[in-house]
Design a binder for this molecule. Structure first.
Ligand code: PEP
Ligand code: MG
Length: 325
């Protein structure tokens, strides 16, 4: 199987119906970057920046971060890298941060909420991104945006740092794209202006699902009750696909489900054109996409929904079994 996936490395993830799916990888350490070549990923769809903060006993300095991010861009060798600003909260406490005593840390003071309330670390990280990307394209993504005003504020913070860096005489990135993670159901109902304002949006399926079903993603007992192929959850995904399409905003999906074969195919059939996953999943997902007619799968899904299915897994799995013979 490994050899088979290696043979696929240079081939595009084009489905039988001709639809091109963009497969990217998730990363978080320099050590992940060699997988970019090995896996055939078309870029890093999610670079989680938490680890550089977690492995140190002090706040990393701007220069340290800038040189790490620059090396990430070097190893990506021109392929896009989407850097996500720090998603830290009281569940992932930094050794040098005062622990917050919160009853529900996943819904607490985390991610962009911390960044907007305490600007120092956010500003330093934005400066590091800008310096690392001198002369090259920069993609910045803000995590855990729950309403439009948070994205506006975060985006404004980035624009301010760009103006400042320029005044200081630093070479600017050649292009800057600013995006939001959609991982709270509320954001799917944001005004149209929000979707137009984002250069791109990425669905954080792990958190989106946790908050859609009100089921802790860390709690096996409740997590397993709810399936990603539940038709209600997929209606939400479809609504997000439609809203992004109306605003002409590129949409990706970067939760763990992007790397699971049946989930990935279903997401692609519902209109997702970019999936970001762990590197080891790229070969298997690409293999399956290349053998699938997504238009036909879409029909299977629509028929199952019209027939009143509350979960699409049986219909999708059954159809796939007839295809793979
Ligand atoms: C997600 O929530 O789906 C996501 C990609 O972010 P994380 O897993 O880092 O919360
Ligand atoms: Mg998340």
């Amino acid at each position: 199987a490994l050899k088979r996936y290696a043979d696929l490395r240079e081939l595009p993830a084009t489905a039988r119906c001709g639809t091109r799916i963009n497969l990217m990888m998730n990363a978080g350490l320099m050590a992940d970057l060699p997988s970019l070549v090995g896996s055939g990923a078309e870029g890093v769809g999610l670079f989680r920046t938490e680890l550089q903060f977690l492995i140190r006993s002090h706040v990393p300095r701007r220069g340290e971060l800038a040189s790490i991010y620059a090396r990430v861009l070097d190893s990506a060798n021109g392929l896009p890298v989407i850097f996500r600003t720090l998603d830290i909260g009281s569940d992932k406490v930094l050794p040098y941060m005062k622990p917050q005593d919160e009853p529900n840390p996943a819904m607490g003071w985390r991610a962009i909420r911390v960044g907007l309330d305490k600007r120092g670390v956010l500003r330093m990280q934005l400066q590091a991104f800008i310096r690392a990307a001198a002369g090259r394209p920069l993609h910045v993504m803000f995590p855990f945006i729950a309403e439009m005003s948070e994205f506006e504020e975060a985006r404004r913070a980035l624009l301010l740092e760009m103006a400042r860096e320029q005044r200081l005489g630093h070479e600017m990135p050649s292009d800057i794209r600013v995006g939001a993670m959609l991982e709270t159901p509320s954001l799917a109902f944001a005004p149209r202006k929000f979707f137009e304002m984002c250069d791109f949006i990425s669905i954080g399926g792990n958190d989106l699902k946790q908050f859609f079903f009100a089921a802790d993603r860390e709690n096996e007992r409740v997590r397993r009750r709810y399936d990603t192929l539940d038709t209600s959850f997929l209606s939400l995904i479809e609504q997000i696909v439609n809203r992004c399409a109306e605003a002409d905003t590129p949409l990706s999906f970067c939760g763990e489900d992007a790397g699971r074969p049946i989930e990935a195919l279903t997401l692609a059939a519902l209109g997702l054109r970019r999936l970001s996953m762990r590197p080891a999943s790229i070969g298997p997902v690409k293999h399956l996409i290349r053998r699938t007619d997504l238009g036909q799968l879409r029909q299977v899904i629509d028929e199952a929904r019209s027939a009143g299915a509350t979960n699409l897994r049986p219909a999708v799995a059954e159809w796939l079994a007839t295809q793979q013979e």
